[in-house]
Design a protein around this ligand. Structure first.
Ligand SMILES: [Zn+2]
Length: 511
């Protein structure tokens, strides 16, 4: 039975105000009922396409990293890549994987970053959503919760609930694919607004009430929508229509964050309407068990999510060709050299591309532990220029490769440089450095010889006639260094040698 009451909006506001004063965020703000889609699906799940079990479904995400009006308080890019890695690990069992469509967006908006109600969140999503993707907003405070999913708009996720060990993101994506909580109906306790206390030692009622006003498929702002939900029996005989309607998710009435024991069960016992005592299954990501207990979706939940993608969201399945995973390998740095002194007004960073990586998290800090970042950005490609650093200061930098489909990578080691007056702008003369021959074949070898017995970090770069770098090599040596040309096209080139003492450029002709 369903009751719809037309009420003025302000009648529904107090429950959100109550939610605001909670010290720890609610695990999730969702009170979505069993959607019409899920009810139809659960009547006849075999009639829905789900794809072969072994077929991985790739789903595009639009990521919105929300900060303050003055551009601070963003979720760290490395944390975002970590959270994406966890999300894909959580969905490996379902053979569903997520990729990032388009650039990761940053939004400077304090009222989005900390929004009091899910209606404020809906406003943000309506303004910023990218169509045909699953839109995810990383904010400081999503309506007092760790996260929520608005079926008609997108997902909001709290930064502090998106650590590598958190499963909030997977939980909200489960909602987006129409999974309810296994404790569906208990979100507001035995009443829809948490106004009636329930003692779990007492037999539960046969039905509970749920308010899902803001979590319908479409937003109707001035209508309070209350539904009745059957309470699932411990022996699950009514599992087809009680609670979440799945028969492989056990009875669960726990609507606050709860801990599990070593057997992966709730420490709190509950009592079903027949008086049977039971404990809840802590392994389900869609429950409110703590993050160290939750590990999985049930088989019926997985089948429903796959069917939901094919049946209700086919527009998300437009690109099923993933990029290849990235294998861990040490990062080779071309610029700046370790310990190099660079001009504060402009420091150029370049590194050797990691196979299959398309993007890099780039972190620059004055603190060796990177506890405060001077720059936290994502680089597409393998170089960038950073301007306006402080002069005469030590700086540290590191990078982390990823691509749009693969995120489970590590940060590189730490590299260091110092800003200051740069001697390398000084021109070295031919007595100090010789670069020869000046005429050579496309597979020839250049020799760079030094009149200097000290071992130094040096770098040679070959530029074409347009001034574009075509080959760079960094080396640490004394006396001389040999640099093979990698089948350069015929033409005129300039070879520039840079060392801690200065630089020298020679013209060479490749024939
Ligand atoms: Zn939830």
């Amino acid at each position: 039975m369903k009751y719809s009451y037309i009420l003025l909006l302000f009648f529904s506001i107090p429950c959100f105000l109550i939610a605001q004063i909670e010290q720890t965020p609610r695990p999730c703000a969702n009170t979505e009922g069993r959607s019409d889609w899920l009810k139809a699906y659960q009547k006849n799940p075999n009639h829905y396409e789900k794809g072969a079990d072994s077929t991985i479904l790739y789903v595009p995400l639009s990521l919105h990293n929300v900060g303050t009006d003055v551009g601070s308080g963003y979720f760290k890019n490395r944390s975002l890549v970590d959270a994406l890695c966890t999300l894909n690990k959580d969905f490996e069992q379902a053979n569903i994987q997520f990729f990032v469509e388009g650039p990761i967006r940053t939004i400077d908006n304090t009222s989005y970053n900390i929004h009091e109600t899910v209606l404020d969140g809906a406003e943000m999503m309506f303004a910023e959503n990218i169509p045909n993707t699953l839109n995810c907003y990383i904010v400081a405070d999503p309506a007092g919760a760790c996260g929520y999913n608005l079926p008609y708009a997108g997902i909001a996720l709290k930064k502090s609930c998106a650590d590598p060990n958190d499963h909030t993101w997977a939980h909200e994506v489960g909602h987006a694919f129409k999974l309810p909580h296994p404790f569906l109906g208990w979100e507001g306790g035995v009443s829809y607004d948490d106004s009636i206390e329930h003692d779990y030692n007492d037999a539960a009622p046969t039905k509970v009430l749920i308010d899902y006003t803001y979590f319908k498929d479409t937003l109707i702002m001035d209508t309070l929508i209350i539904d009745t939900v059957w309470v699932e029996l411990a022996e699950r005989s009514n599992c087809h229509f009680a609670a979440d309607g799945f028969c492989d998710t056990a009875a669960d009435y726990l609507h606050n964050r709860w801990q599990c024991n070593a057997n992966g069960e709730s420490t709190r016992q509950q009592t079903d309407p027949t008086g049977t005592r039971f404990v809840s299954d802590a392994s389900l990501i869609m429950s409110y068990s703590s993050d160290d207990c939750a590990t999985r979706f049930s088989e019926e939940q997985i089948a429903a999510m796959r069917a939901n993608l094919f049946d209700e969201k086919p527009e998300l399945l437009y690109n099923q060709t993933p990029l290849v995973a990235i294998e861990e390998s040490p990062i080779t740095v071309f610029s700046p050299f370790e310990g190099e002194i660079t001009p504060a007004e402009s420091t150029y960073f370049e590194w050797k591309g990691v196979p299959n990586a398309t993007h890099y998290v780039f972190e620059l800090s004055r603190i060796a532990a990177f506890s405060v970042l001077h720059l936290d950005t994502i680089v597409e490609g393998t170089s960038l220029e950073v301007t306006d650093l402080l002069n005469e200061k030590n700086y540290y930098w590191r990078i982390r490769p990823f691509n749009t489909h693969y995120f489970c990578t590590s940060l590189s080691e730490r590299f260091a440089f110092k800003t200051g007056t740069v001697s390398s702008t000084q021109e070295l003369d031919a007595l100090e450095v010789q670069i020869y021959p000046s005429l050579l074949q496309s597979d020839g070898i250049l020799t760079i010889a030094f009149n200097d017995e000290t071992t130094q970090a040096r770098q040679a770069t070959i530029y074409n006639i347009n001034g574009e770098s075509v080959q760079t090599q960094r080396f640490v040596c004394k006396n001389q260094f040999q640099m093979p040309l990698n089948n350069l096209e015929k033409g005129i080139y300039f070879v520039q040698l840079q060392s801690e003492k200065g630089s020298r450029t020679e013209r060479v002709v490749v024939y």
